[in-house]
Structures are given as C-alpha cells and as structure tokens.
Design a protein around this ligand. Structure first.
Ligand SMILES: C[S@@+](CC[C@H](N)C(=O)[O-])C[C@H]1O[C@@H](n2cnc3c(N)ncnc32)[C@H](O)[C@@H]1O
Length: 309
C-alpha cells in the first residue's frame, strides 16, 4: 500500500446512487487515492469497467497501485476531468463520479503548499506540470485583481485590505512561503475568537484560481453528461458553496423542459424542449453522524445526483 491515505467520503451514498452492476461502465474523474473507484469496481465485479483520471501525478500513482488487481477492467489517464470527453467514449457510461476539491494527502503534504497550517512553498498546483503557482498570483497580480479573487472565490470580506497589505509587503521581498502569507493575513485580520483560521478563505480562493477549478467544473459537468447513457447517473460531491451553486444551476437548467431564448427567462419566450436530466437528489445529501465523527474532513461535503434522461 502507498501512504496516500484518503478516506473516500460518503462511500455508501455514492454506491447507492451509482448502483454499480456487472457489465456496467463507470468514469471517475477524480481518482485521488482510488477509494471510490475501488469500491465501484468491487461492486460491479466481475465485468464492470472503469475509466479513471486525476490531474495529480501522485494521486494517479497511488490509484494505479490500489486498482492494480482490476487491471483488465480499468483504463487510467492523468488529466483534467474537463477533458474526460476527449478519451472516454460518449454515451458509454452508466455512471460518472466527480468528487471535487483536494485530497487529504495533498493538504497534508507541506511541500504542495495547499495548507496554511504547515509551512511550504506557495504552490497549490494539483497538476505540478502546470506553470502557474500561488506565488505567481500573490506576487504578480495587481491589487484589484487579487482582491477580486479573494472576494469572488473565497468570499473574503477584507479582500481589499488584504490585497493591499500583500502588495505592500511584496515590495520588500516576494512572498514565498505559506507561513509568510498566513502570518500576514493573521496580522491584518486577527482571529478575535473566530473558529476558522483567518487565512482559510484566502487560501481557498488562491487554490481555486491556481487550478481554474470553476472553469474546469463548468466544462467538466457538460462533458460528463455527454459520457452518460440515457438512465446513467452523474454523482457530484462538492466541498464549498461556490462549487455546489454551479452544480445546482447546471442541474436546474438541464432539468428544465424549455430553453430560455435570451439572457433573461421570460415565460412567453420559452422554447419547449425535452429535459436532459432529472434530479435524483435535488436536495444535497450530507455525510451522516457516524462519518462526521470518524472523518471530520467530510463535514463540508455535499452530494447531488442527477440522471440523464
Ligand atoms: C477529494 S479527492 C478525490 C478522492 C477519491 N474520490 C478517493 O476515493 O480517494 C479530489 C481529487 O480530485 C483531483 N482533482 C480536482 N480537480 C480536478 C480536475 N479538474 N481534474 C482532475 N482531477 C481533479 C485532485 O487532484 C484530487 O486528487
């Protein structure tokens, strides 16, 4: 076993939604340590197949090891799930899973630079082959652009004062370490009894920006729908409200029995059409008490499921 230890979240709920069966075909665009993928392959034995991908080379290595015994039934490729449709045949899948965000091993490895709790380089790339890092954003963006990222993708109220403080600080010397950024944020916006660390939102926002998480999700959802057979299910696990809103809107629009002609939805101008999906769980499903107690990192997870019509 590798030391890539990530507990798959809401495993029972995911299996319940996908109902893997022998002969079924599945795609997991966020393999991570391969926990969900393994359970899907076990539940669809002896003949279920799985296409699996992840942007992170370390995750691919761990998942490859974990899924080795299913060699004849899996096809794995490193890459962004936004590009799944480039290699997974369209209309081939009974189920597609996207379990978004970062994995515990990514968060815990200080050298990856995702965490404000461990000192590391300001990196935050899931795909270490990519050029853009958090350090480049923090040291290179204009104050307004930086504040926009903090506000839009972190919901950080002190986005402007923080961006200004960063710009001032980097005139002396570029920010290079996660601890330098976390300390600066704590100085500008002290904790004052708050539960979350004051750097939580800025770190989330930078991670989203570095990895183009919103763009990937929007493209990935449309692509994933194209991979499904009619009756196939799309299972989405999100970890913050921005992601969840995108998933919710995607499902809402695709479940409509009409198309909106212009920018605004004017009932008289609606064009009827067949819905593309139906909701299986319109309301988000959250982890149960037992899972929350066992895996505190699951606390912000929410699952939504839709079925292709
Ligand atoms: C929460 S973990 C998945 C854990 C996995 N389900 C398991 O059972 O171990 C999220 C994974 O998604 C990957 N990821 C996030 N965004 C991605 C994207 N746009 N394309 C491909 N992989 C992505 C991350 O690298 C990470 O390994």
């Amino acid at each position: 076993m590798s030391d890539f230890d990530h507990k798959p979240v809401m495993l029972a709920e995911v299996l319940g939604a996908l109902a893997p069966k022998p002969g079924g075909v599945y795609a997991d665009g966020t393999l991570g340590g391969g926990g969900h993928a393994r359970a899907i392959l076990e539940a669809s034995a002896p003949s279920g197949r799985l296409y699996g991908g992840d942007r992170d080379a370390t995750a691919m290595e761990a998942a490859g090891e974990r899924l080795r015994e299913f060699a004849g039934r899996v096809e794995l490729r490193r890459g962004n799930f936004a590009d799944l449709a480039d290699w997974v045949p369209s209309g081939s899948c009974d189920g597609v899973l996207l379990d978004l965000g970062v994995s515990s091993p990514q968060l815990d490895a200080a050298a990856r630079g995702f965490s404000f709790q461990a000192d590391g380089p300001l990196d935050m790339r899931m795909d270490r082959g990519q050029d853009l890092t958090a350090a480049e954003l923090v040291n290179g963006l204009e104050v307004e652009a930086l504040a926009k990222i903090f506000w839009e993708w972190g919901g950080e109220r002190a986005s402007r004062p923080l961006a200004r403080a960063i710009a001032q600080r980097r005139q002396e010397r570029p920010l290079a370490r996660t601890s330098e950024l976390a300390e600066l944020i704590e100085r500008v916006t002290p904790r004052h009894g708050k539960r979350a660390h004051p750097a939580t939102k800025v770190f989330q926002a930078l991670r989203i920006a570095v990895n183009d998480e919103i763009g990937s999700l929007e493209k990935g959802l449309a692509g994933a729908l194209g991979l499904l057979k009619p009756g196939g299910r799309l299972v989405l696990i999100t970890f913050h409200s921005l992601e969840d809103r995108i998933v919710k809107n995607f499902g809402r629009i695709r479940a409509r029995d009409y198309r909106v002609a212009g920018e605004v939805d004017i009932p008289e101008l609606r064009e009827p059409r067949a819905p593309e999906v139906r909701w299986i769980t319109r309301k988000a499903v959250k982890p149960g008490e037992a899972e929350l107690a066992e895996n505190p990192r699951s606390r912000s997870a929410q699952m939504r499921v839709m079925e292709k019509v």
